[in-house]
Design a protein around this ligand. Sequence first.
Ligand code: EIS
Length: 209
Amino acid sequence: MSLLLDNQFKELPPDKSVDTKLFLDTVSHIPAFFDCLGSTVFSVIKSDINGNITKIRGVYMKDPAKYVTLQDILVAEREAHAAEWPKVGATLALMWLKRGLRFIQILLQSLADGDRDENNPNLIQVNVTKAYQEALKKYHGWFVQRIFQAALHAAPYRSNFLKALSKGEEVKEEDCLANVRQFLVNYTATIDAIYDMYTDLNAELDYTV
Ligand code: EIS
């Protein structure tokens, strides 16, 4: 069985709204995956992502009927915290969470597309670096970029990474990549919808940490 297909994202409705509860229930499976990557450097990333999810869930739980979609949360926070918004609350947490999710999307897409370092075909550094450059690097100052370099050295071998995605079972590479491609359909559509929402609401910030 595939870890990814066990926790698939749902197809979006025609208006591309993202259901808050479904989204939270699905992304909350992601942090546990970091444990099987084996290096402590991933615990920093895991706790950052966990913190984002906890913050968004905390807002949602205050009034689930009011915050049915992610957009409901952003709009309510814009009203409630006009001075600080969007650098506040679940709006800020989701702004960062979506970047981590985009990173994972680009990494998986790159593996599925067969991008490889021909001299080191069992390394995924090219795929990880591509994802980092497109999703995160511009939001990171030199110190966090160095944490990335450490994480890059600790990246698992391609074969072990694909095995982890298959919950430790020996699955043919092609079968695993087919699962990745299937997972990416609704996952990518969901992340794209969240990015579009940040653009439409003018909620995106580009400060560095
Ligand atoms: C945000 O963090 C908080 O998330 C947010 C709020 O406090 C806000 C205030 O400005 O800051 O500083 C964090 C930033 N988060 C900003 C940095 C954390 C360490 C990031 C280290 C970079 C490593 C890059 C990844 C390399 C991975 C190699 C992978 C090899 C396989 C399957 C792997 C998946 C990896 C997924 C990586 C996602 C990284 C996400 C980093 C996000 C980030 O830059 S709030 O908190 O509002 O909730 O309170």
